[in-house]
Design a protein around this ligand. Structure first.
Ligand code: ADP
Ligand code: MG
Length: 224
């Protein structure tokens, strides 16, 4: 087995005293390279918190996150930012595109931040796969929700990250577009050999994952 992502007694508490919220409590999970793992649970159960910790977007109260053999919180903040940009692609429910940049500029934005060379052939392939070739000069606000989410997926995949973390990527889409976006996401993950951890409310979507993690009150309750 090739474990790419692992947590050890991961805890995240918000607030303190009477206001303390135990968003994650002693979470121990292991994700293998190439897996597609769905994370399900009620609203407020800790799903987004878990995803933020896995991607190093926020620090845990206690415990560790390993990507490969590296404890990611042993990096200094600026090193972690670079590591994150190179290793992880994020996809959010709200797309998080930059409104003043066109589709092409949004897609290459993380790569250009890194000063890396653009792999034109690879990008062309992604853009075709996601059906965005006619939209490259469009600004995000001229696109439908489904198209914007496809741009966000292209941006997340463009830097060839090993891990994709998605927080309800179809949460703002109608069911037909959701199915389409999911199909694209699953296909690109398979095609590019990536590992996908995806939060979803949608039982049907969770069913197409290799494995489902259920979170309840900050604990991973089921692990099948
Ligand atoms: P989910 O994504 O499953 O809906 P979250 O991870 O967003 O759940 O939240 C888990 C718990 O932590 C909730 O009780 C939520 O109110 C709380 N929480 C999340 N983020 C913060 C924060 N920044 N400050 C305080 N409490 C938070
Ligand atoms: Mg959430």
């Amino acid at each position: 087995m090739d474990t790419i992502l692992k947590t050890k007694n991961l805890c995240k508490y918000y607030g303190n005293g009477e206001n303390e919220v135990k968003a994650l409590q002693d979470v121990n999970i292991k994700i293998e390279r190439g897996e597609f793992v769905a994370v399900v649970g009620k609203s407020g159960s800790g799903k987004s918190t878990l995803l933020h910790m896995l991607g190093g977007l926020d620090h845990p109260t206690d415990g560790k996150v390993y990507i490969g053999k590296k404890n990611i919180f042993s990096y200094k903040e600026d090193e972690l930012a670079v590591f994150r940009r190179r290793k992880i692609g994020f996809i959010f429910q709200s797309f998080n595109l930059i409104s003043s940049l066109n589709v092409w500029e949004n897609i290459i934005f993380p790569i250009s931040l890194d000063g890396k060379k653009i792999d034109e052939a690879f990008l062309k392939d992604i853009i075709q796969t996601l059906g965005l070739e006619k939209k490259l000069h469009n600004l995000p606000n001229t696109l439908s929700g489904g198209q914007q989410q496809r741009v966000a997926i292209a941006r997340a995949i463009a830097s060839k990250p090993e891990i994709l973390l998605a927080d309800e990527p179809t949460g703002n889409l109608d069911s037909k577009t959701s199915a389409e976006v999911m199909g694209m996401l699953k296909m690109s993950v398979e095609k590019y050999g990536q590992t996908l951890v995806m939060i979803t409310h949608d039982e049907d979507i969770a069913q197409i994952a290799d494995r489902i993690l259920v979170i309840e009150d900050g604990k991973v309750a089921e692990f099948s």
